[in-house]
Design a protein around this ligand. Structure first.
Ligand SMILES: NC(=O)c1ccc[n+]([C@@H]2O[C@H](COP(=O)([O-])OP(=O)(O)OC[C@H]3O[C@@H](n4cnc5c(N)ncnc54)[C@H](OP(=O)(O)O)[C@@H]3O)[C@@H](O)[C@H]2O)c1
Length: 129
């Protein structure tokens, strides 16, 4: 079991998630970061290389339940626990209703609503996924 705090920040490739990941890394956490754009996560890891904590990358699309299951499984296998889950990944399309495509309705629901619920219980309780 790790002595250091273990955090998971979703949507860490940009914006708020990226800043939170940097902050936690500076506070000595082992920070698991995830998003689809792996190259941006690699940049973040490089930027944080002098910090007291550590950035660990597991990239993927969180609208996919298999990706979510793999993410939590990998972290629990490697670190044994998740102390903080920052469920930040999300998106919204501000367009007229008649122009909304089905894949966006499903994608937004999966990411903004389902992913949080799906990640949080096993992350907190080590419940079976
Ligand atoms: N900024 C605002 O005005 C505002 C308003 C209301 C709510 N919010 C919400 O607050 C949170 C942070 O906002 P922000 O402005 O910092 O957002 P942002 O810069 O757009 O960052 C969103 C993050 O979510 C990730 N993401 C998007 N789709 C994903 C997917 N399918 N799988 C995995 N990761 C995905 C993105 O990474 P990849 O693209 O690399 O996957 C990115 O790292 C978001 O959930 C946003 O929806 C923001």
């Amino acid at each position: 079991m790790q002595d250091k705090k273990i955090s998971l920040v979703t949507g860490a490739s940009s914006g708020l998630g990226r800043d939170i990941a940097k902050l936690l890394c500076a506070k000595e956490h082992i920070v698991y970061v995830t998003a689809r754009r792996k190259e941006l996560l690699e940049e973040l890891k490089k930027e944080c290389s002098e910090e007291k904590g550590e950035i660990r990358i597991i990239s993927g699309d969180l609208t996919d339940s298999k990706v979510r299951i793999n993410l939590i499984s990998q972290i629990l296998k490697q670190a044994g626990k998740i102390d903080y889950l920052i469920n930040n990944a999300g998106y919204g399309k501000l367009i007229n209703l008649e122009n909304v495509e089905y894949k966006d309705i499903e994608g937004m629901f999966q990411l903004n609503a389902v992913a949080g619920e799906h990640l949080v219980a096993p992350a907190c309780c080590k419940r079976k996924l």
